[in-house]
Design a protein around this ligand. Structure first.
Ligand code: GLN
Length: 295
């Protein structure tokens, strides 16, 4: 038995976890069992003051749980019951090849956004700009794959920029982060411009899961309009900030492919392409600035 034991009259991890699972199920949370395991591990890690690996879970489930862990776990389950996302409670979310710190000031990196990273890496580039960088997940993931590339992330949220800086440092990637409303403070041009901007129409906000609608930063989700405002701003200004043959590549909502492709064409970009994610839904649109590449 490697688990530090609570007093023998304390509940075991299994008893605590089954009760927590029932509570989460009763408020309609899907995947409650997995959430409970993640939160129990995080409660152990926090209260015991050392990382507890997943493989130690079995021992901890069988043993009486120390009071500090019982208390930490109760707080975390209550937060989840109030629909806070697991990633915000644990402060971590896995994306591409790394774990990222997330807070209520940042959009959770989502698996479908990995398509943007994958497509970005299909060509070479020496400089990359990420507009609305949030946790920095997109920028840091592509930079980690391309040592020596210059990376700049901008965001309108100072709190998000702090998180992005912490992630870059934690993952060991060199990048600059500045406060900017899209291109407002950006001079110079780039081989690659990436963005996962707010694209949910204001009218669609009520349909979102409470985890997203009530806990994630609203400014990262919606433009408070038709969901296309960010693309209008980004597409119009991108050609002036792209090197010849440079690419603009953005994540979109599944119904926005045609509209965003049209915005890119109207901005003068060539090779405009709409790409589908693993669920078969339109997810990324990209275009290329014409002209001769300088060497
Ligand atoms: N993909 C996110 C969602 O559906 C939205 C993120 C965004 O607007 N960029 O919740």
């Amino acid at each position: 038995m490697t688990a530090p034991e609570g007093r023998p009259d304390h509940p075991t991890g299994s008893v605590l976890c089954s009760a927590a699972e029932k509570r989460l199920q009763s408020v309609g949370i899907e995947g409650a069992a997995g959430d409970v395991r993640a939160l129990f591990l995080h409660a152990l890690t926090t209260a015991l003051g050392r990382p507890v690996p997943r493989h130690a879970l079995r021992d901890h489930l069988a043993a009486p749980v120390p009071q500090a862990v019982v208390d930490a776990f109760a707080r975390m389950v209550a937060a989840r019951e109030a629909r806070q996302p697991v990633s915000q409670i644990t402060g971590r979310r896995a994306f591409w090849k790394h774990d990222f710190r997330v807070t209520p000031d940042t959009l959770d990196p989502r698996p479908e956004t990995e398509l943007l990273v994958e497509l970005a890496l299909t060509e070479g580039f020496r400089s990359v700009l990420d507009l609305g960088t949030g946790t920095g997940a997109i920028l840091i993931s592509v930079l980690a794959e391309r040592p020596g590339v210059a990376g700049l992330g901008v965001d309108l949220s100072p709190a998000a920029l702090d998180v992005a800086r912490q992630n870059a440092q934690m993952i060991g990637v060199q990048a600059d982060f500045v406060l900017s409303d899209w291109f407002a403070v950006i001079s110079g041009d780039f081989d690659l411009i990436l963005s996962n901007p707010p694209y949910i129409a204001e009218s669609e906000m009520p349909e979102l899961a409470p985890e997203v609608r009530e806990w994630e930063p609203r400014m990262a989700l919606t433009d408070e309009g038709d969901g296309l405002a960010a693309y209008r701003a980004i597409c119009a200004a991108a050609p002036a900030h792209l090197r010849p043959q440079g690419r603009l590549m953005v994540e979109i909502g599944p119904s926005q492919g045609n509209a965003v492709a049209e915005l890119m064409r109207r901005a003068g970009l060539a090779d405009v392409t709409v790409c589908r994610d693993l669920d078969g839904r339109d997810r990324v649109v990209w275009g290329r600035k014409a002209g001769l590449q300088s060497t």
